[in-house]
Design a protein around this ligand. Structure first.
Ligand SMILES: [Zn+2]
Length: 154
């Protein structure tokens, strides 16, 4: 903090100081208003979230901190140095793993096969790979539709 001098105190009580502060607030408000917003649907109201969007277009409550591509399913460690927080997280991870293992043991062979099939179908791929697959699927469907129309016209 700057040292408080009589000149500084006089400036802080002046009109120019208040105008500068107002300008700064207006600039910050304009930046805040122009920032991208989260488009996720709120469960409580069903309306868009409108929270401050992070890099991936979602707010921190709607997956904004989830990494993209191959990293999306990996555990995110807080940059915090707080030992309690890190300990809580590692206990959570251990608990989740125990539950998952317990669930695996109680599954019937059919359930296990269904689970393995689901896992194979939901592999972690990059967003570009998924987008390309979606495009290919859409193109394939439109070709089939065009062929069907062609046969109807004959
Ligand atoms: Zn959100």
């Amino acid at each position: 903090m700057k040292e408080e001098t009589p000149a500084r105190r006089r400036y802080q009580q002046s009109v120019a100081f208040r105008q500068n502060q107002q300008l700064g607030l207006e600039k910050a408000w304009a930046v805040f208003k122009a920032a991208p917003r989260c488009g996720a649907t709120k469960r409580s109201t069903g309306e868009p979230c409108r929270g401050y969007a992070l890099k991936n277009g979602r707010c921190r409550h709607h997956g904004g901190r989830t990494p993209k591509g191959q990293e999306w399913h990996k555990i995110q460690w807080s940059p915090s140095k707080d030992a309690n927080k890190l300990n809580r997280k590692s206990l959570d991870i251990a608990r989740r793993e125990r539950r998952r293992n317990k669930k695996q043991l109680t599954r019937t062979p059919e359930e296990l096969a269904a689970y393995e099939a689901w896992k194979a179908a939901h592999r972690a791929t990059s967003t570009t790979a998924r987008a390309r697959a979606r495009q290919d699927r859409d193109a394939h469907e439109s070709i089939l539709r065009l062929c069907a129309e062609e046969f109807e016209n004959d």
